[in-house]
Design a protein around this ligand. Structure first.
Ligand code: ADP
Ligand code: TYD
Length: 209
C-alpha cells in the first residue's frame, strides 16, 4: 500500500530523529519503506544541495534559491518518489514543499501564490498523504541544532526562524487533514509514540477502504 509521508519543522525540531525512528519501526513490521530527504535524495538533487548550502554562495538571490530548491524537488519526485509510490511503497521524506512555503514564503517574504505555482510545476501536483509538523519554538530548535560545520542557511537569525515557525502553524491550520502538528518540545520517545499511533491509524484506515 503506497503512502507518501513528509516530516517538517524548524531547524533542530527533531524531525530527522523522528523520521528515522519511524522508518526503522515500520521496516521491522515488514513495510517496504523508502526514506529520503530534501534538498537531496538523488545524485542530481544532492549536487543542487551543495550549491544551495555552500557558504561561498553568499550572493545567492532569493528567487534563485527557490528555483534551486524546486529543481532539486522536481528531480527527486520524478526519479525517486513517484516510482516508489507506483511500486506500492511507503515513502518518508525529511522536508518537502511545505519547507519552501515556510522558509522562502513566510521566512523570506516571497509571494505565496507564486511559490505554490512553482511547486505545482516542479512536483506535477504531488502532495503528501500525511505530513508530521514537529513544532518547537525557534530558540529551542536553534539550541538543539548540531554545532560544527555551518552552511549558508545557518546564518539566519531567531526572528527569521520564528517567522518560519509561525508560517508552518498557518499552513497546518489551513490543511488540518493533511498536516498533523506534533509538540516537539517533549521527549524523543513520547513524540515518537504519538507519530507511530497516527501512522498506524492511517495505514489501518487505508487497508479497510
Ligand atoms: P532536525 O532534523 O529537525 O534538524 P534532528 O533530528 O537532527 O533535528 O535533532 C537535532 C538535535 O536535537 C539532535 O542532537 C537530536 O538528538 C536532538 N533532539 C531531537 N529530538 C529531541 C527531543 N525531543 N528532545 C531533546 N533533544 C532532541
Ligand atoms: P538541512 O541540513 O537538511 O537541515 P535540517 O536538518 O534542519 O532539515 O538543511 C536544509 C535547510 O534548507 C534548512 O534550513 C531548511 C532549508 N530549506 C528551505 O529553506 N527551503 C526548502 O524548500 C527546503 C526543502 C529546505
Amino acid at each position: 500500500m503506497s503512502l507518501f509521508v513528509t516530516f517538517e519543522g524548524p531547524d533542530g525540531s527533531g524531525k530527522t530523529t523522528q523520521a528515522r525512528r519511524l522508518v526503522e519501526h515500520l521496516q521491522a513490521r515488514g513495510y517496504s519503506v523508502i526514506y529520503t530527504r530534501e534538498p537531496g535524495g538523488t545524485e542530481i538533487s544532492e549536487q543542487i544541495r551543495q550549491v544551495i548550502l555552500s557558504p561561498r554562495n553568499k550572493a545567492m538571490q532569493r528567487e534563485a534559491e527557490v528555483l534551486l530548491f524546486s529543481a532539486a524537488r522536481a528531480q527527486i519526485v520524478a526519479e525517486l518518489i513517484r516510482p516508489a509510490l507506483a511500486a506500492g511503497k511507503l515513502v518518508i521524506c525529511d522536508r518537502y514543499a511545505d519547507s519552501t512555503m515556510a522558509y522562502q514564503g513566510y521566512g523570506l517574504g516571497l509571494d505565496l501564490a507564486g511559490l505554490r505555482a512553482i511547486t505545482r510545476f516542479a512536483t506535477g501536483g504531488l502532495v503528501p498523504d500525511l505530513t508530521f509538523y514537529v513544532d518547537v519554538p525557534a530558540e529551542i530548535g536553534l539550541a538543539r541544532r548540531h554545532r560544527g560545520a555551518t552552511n549558508r542557511l545557518d546564518q539566519k537569525d531567531v526572528a527569521y526562524h520564528t517567522r518560519v515557525r509561525n508560517g508552518y502553524l498557518a499552513l497546518a491550520q489551513a490543511e488540518p487533514q493533511r498536516i498533523v502538528v506534533v509538540d516537539g518540545t517533549r521527549s524523543i520517545d513520547v513524540v515518537q509514540q504519538e507519530i507511530r499511533a497516527r501512522i498506524m491509524t492511517e495505514l489501518n484506515h487505508r487497508r479497510s477502504r
